[in-house]
Design a protein around this ligand. Sequence first.
Ligand SMILES: *[C@@H]1O[C@H](CO)[C@@H](O)[C@H](O)[C@H]1NC(C)=O
Ligand SMILES: *[C@@H]1O[C@H](CO)[C@@H](O)[C@H](O)[C@H]1NC(C)=O
Ligand SMILES: *[C@@H]1O[C@H](CO)[C@@H](O)[C@H](O)[C@H]1NC(C)=O
Ligand SMILES: *[C@@H]1O[C@H](CO)[C@@H](O)[C@H](O)[C@H]1NC(C)=O
Ligand SMILES: *[C@@H]1O[C@H](CO)[C@@H](O)[C@H](O)[C@H]1NC(C)=O
Ligand SMILES: *[C@@H]1O[C@H](CO)[C@@H](O)[C@H](O)[C@H]1NC(C)=O
Ligand SMILES: *[C@@H]1O[C@H](CO)[C@@H](O)[C@H](O)[C@H]1NC(C)=O
Length: 466
Amino acid sequence: MGWKSSITAAFLLLAGVDAQAKLQVNLDSTDSIKSAAKVVAANLWNYYDGYKPGRTPGILPGPPPGGDYYWWQGGAMWGTLIDYWHYTGDETYINETIRSIIFQADAPRNAFMPVNWTASMGNDDQGFWGMAAMLAAEVGFPNPTGANDPGYLALAQAVFNTQAARWDTEFCNGGLRWQVPHTNGGYNYKNTIANVVFLNIAARLARYTKNETYAHWAEQAWDWTENVGYIKPDFNVVDGGHTEYNCTDINEVQWSANAAVLIHGAAIMYNYTGNTKWRTRTAGLLNQTIEHFFPEGIMVERACELEDRVQCNVDQHSFKGYMHRSLATVAIVAPFTKSTILSVLRSSTKGAVNSCLADGTCGFRWDRNSYDGDKSRGPAGQEMSALAALSTLLLDQKHVNLGPLTNDTGGTSKGDASAGVGDFQEVDPLRPIRAGDKAGAAIVTILVLGSFLGSLVWMSGGWGQK
Ligand SMILES: *[C@@H]1O[C@H](CO)[C@@H](O)[C@H](O)[C@H]1NC(C)=O
Ligand SMILES: *[C@@H]1O[C@H](CO)[C@@H](O)[C@H](O)[C@H]1NC(C)=O
Ligand SMILES: *[C@@H]1O[C@H](CO)[C@@H](O)[C@H](O)[C@H]1NC(C)=O
Ligand SMILES: *[C@@H]1O[C@H](CO)[C@@H](O)[C@H](O)[C@H]1NC(C)=O
Ligand SMILES: *[C@@H]1O[C@H](CO)[C@@H](O)[C@H](O)[C@H]1NC(C)=O
Ligand SMILES: *[C@@H]1O[C@H](CO)[C@@H](O)[C@H](O)[C@H]1NC(C)=O
Ligand SMILES: *[C@@H]1O[C@H](CO)[C@@H](O)[C@H](O)[C@H]1NC(C)=O
């Protein structure tokens, strides 16, 4: 017995040591990158249970306190998995991706505004689902097959239409507010993310459909965001300001998600228009993005990933993936950026891989050369980021180099220019208050403190200005 248990102990010890072994990837080999990405994707999938009976399709467990994740991060995950399919060809997650997008689009309106998620319904939250749908159209992701299913293009158009209708000229000379329902905390915050997600979708719709109306809105969203001072002359991108201060009380914190979504939209506008103005913007944003977020060539979320400690929340733990995915697309649609981007994506991905264990568990700190053990705040975000980094390194492929599809170049997604508009009940509870709604509104206000950029504002002191 003693002999046997010693062997067992030795075996477990070895297994333990083995579990700490690093993920092995040869970044010069497509096959090696694909197999590593597959391991990381499978690891990410462990955090998702929406395919199980009785669980809600499309969402990561949440929102807090019921689970770590807000609704928007589900949309971000499907976008990540659509890109994973695009770059690697792995079909494993296709069915659940389609089902989830259609489910959370929420028929009959199909504009990603399910009443369940009203308490965290920011324009950005809705927009992350809209960007996933737009991506599905652009990469020719298998279309939904249900007789009443909307096309991906129509879903993105519905998000665009609902947001264009919210453009608010009463305060700050224009712009979108952060939150949709006026009872949500943060309704008075006009922030960069809400406006650049709108710009991003408008730009991509313009390019996909060649409808100039979308391009006009993308121009307007840029102009507003720049004029109000959120895009600086040196192309640093800051967070936002409040309506009661005419948006002049600018919160200067720099989140990579703002810069990532913006540079993607700007590069698409450059590709669509061929205009020097958009080329200069793309070049300037790239310059500053690399300068600020990639010190030493490896991505760092500098506002919360400090030298001696990490104070990023669950949302922020997922930001690196959006940057890698955006930059990969910028490299394709604005080829003058390609060699610069390939080089920084490669060095940063090397850092990402060095943070991963052999079972595909990846860390948040990519510049530490080992797994950081950071499990408590959104491990799904770390997995999404590492998966995005690995996948997008495969950007130099023929089908990727053709660029995002358009309606004229092989895109098959069904559109509907008036999607999302019509006689639908707005999520904004400006409606007459009925019994029971008052308690609901209080809960809404409390919950939103933790929703997407809300905690960012709070963390950097901006929240106190409310
Ligand atoms: C996806 O659905 C199709 C059609 O129902 C089926 O043939 C296929 O096996 C499914 N794929 C996976 C990975 O479940
Ligand atoms: C909304 O929540 C209910 C109750 O949990 C659930 O059955 C339903 O599927 C959810 N709908 C969406 C769109 O998430
Ligand atoms: C272009 O987009 C606008 C805004 O959604 C829409 O009103 C218009 O009908 C579209 N035009 C065409 C030709 O589809
Ligand atoms: C608010 O700021 C805008 C610039 O963003 C400016 O054009 C406008 O005049 C300001 N309005 C007031 C009332 O100060
Ligand atoms: C990029 O940054 C460098 C210095 O940081 C500057 O000299 C150069 O003009 C910038 N380029 C653009 C396009 O902003
Ligand atoms: C737009 O993107 C395509 C696909 O990468 C590329 O071939 C084309 O040159 C780009 N257009 C511009 C103006 O850079
Ligand atoms: C997209 O292309 C199809 C033909 O391939 C055409 O029937 C349709 O009108 C086009 N849609 C738009 C919005 O241009």
